[in-house]
Design a protein around this ligand. Structure first.
Ligand SMILES: [Fe+2]
Ligand SMILES: [Fe+2]
Length: 249
């Protein structure tokens, strides 16, 4: 299903939201855009991912683009299950993925592009930050350029959520309307989390939806700081940006 605006649905997350769905460790989001239907990561468990997608009345066969943020199992674990249902895919894979996995995936789908450290335009209005922090885990994040500002989606944010937000701003020179996904603050103390919050506010981030590996404490602190501009994530959470971006989340 194509929409005029943009619908983002979290289809895999360790945080619960819709009680009809299963929550397990990992992250995946289903993005319905005017011209693309994109799956961002695949969670850790294929059958659960497919069941959640179906329960949400979404269709895995509608997906035309699969974006993989980084090689960790809780983001690529559902890849086989998705491909079994739908080979008609263009995969954007980070170069941090194993060469063997890249070549296996390439043989099974329509197209596969390997993303390296360079910021890359994937489609009109849709970008990859490029793989950041290549010496460590090597992760790409997605940027969608909307009239309201940038929507930035992260898998685990291993390169640092502030670095990712700064990179997105640098690339497109626009404010960030929504920053969402795993912020990887689960092992941080309150002072470090407060620093991250202040840095993101300095980068001009408007709405935040920290989920997956953000951690309970960070979620609470973001909620306190961003108030009505904090969005509670979790599996089944839907966010709609209307065509005219009169945005109601
Ligand atoms: Fe993760
Ligand atoms: Fe990770």
């Amino acid at each position: 299903m194509k929409t005029h605006g943009m619908e983002i649905t979290i289809v895999f997350d360790n945080y619960p939201y819709n009680p009809e769905l299963t929550s397990l460790w990992g992250f995946s989001a289903f993005l319905q855009l005017p011209k693309q239907t994109i799956l961002f990561d695949t969670g850790s468990n294929g059958p659960v991912l497919l069941r959640n997608i179906q329960t949400l009345d979404l269709n895995v066969k509608d997906i035309d683009t699969l974006f993989l943020s980084h090689p960790h199992w809780d983001h690529v674990g559902g890849v086989d299950a998705v491909i079994e249902q739908n080979q008609n895919l263009h995969i954007f894979a980070p170069d941090s993925l194993s060469k063997h996995l890249i070549s296996d995936l390439r043989n099974q789908v329509q197209d596969l592009t390997v993303i390296d450290y360079q910021a890359t335009k994937l489609f009109d209005h849709i970008y990859s930050t490029g793989v950041m922090d290549e010496d460590r885990i090597g992760e790409q994040s997605m940027i969608i350029d909307t009239k309201a500002g940038l929507v930035v989606i992260t898998g685990c944010a291993h390169p640092g959520i502030v670095n990712i937000a700064k990179k997105a701003r640098q690339m497109l020179d626009k404010e960030i309307f929504l920053l969402m996904g795993g912020f990887h603050l689960l092992n941080e103390n309150p002072a470090a989390i407060q620093q991250v919050i202040e840095a993101l506010q300095n980068v001009a981030v408007e709405y935040v939806c920290p989920t997956h590996c953000s951690g309970d404490l960070a979620k609470e602190m973001f909620k306190e700081s961003f108030k009505e501009k904090y969005i509670a994530g979790g599996v089944g959470k839907k966010m709609s940006l209307a065509d005219d971006i009169s945005n109601t989340f």
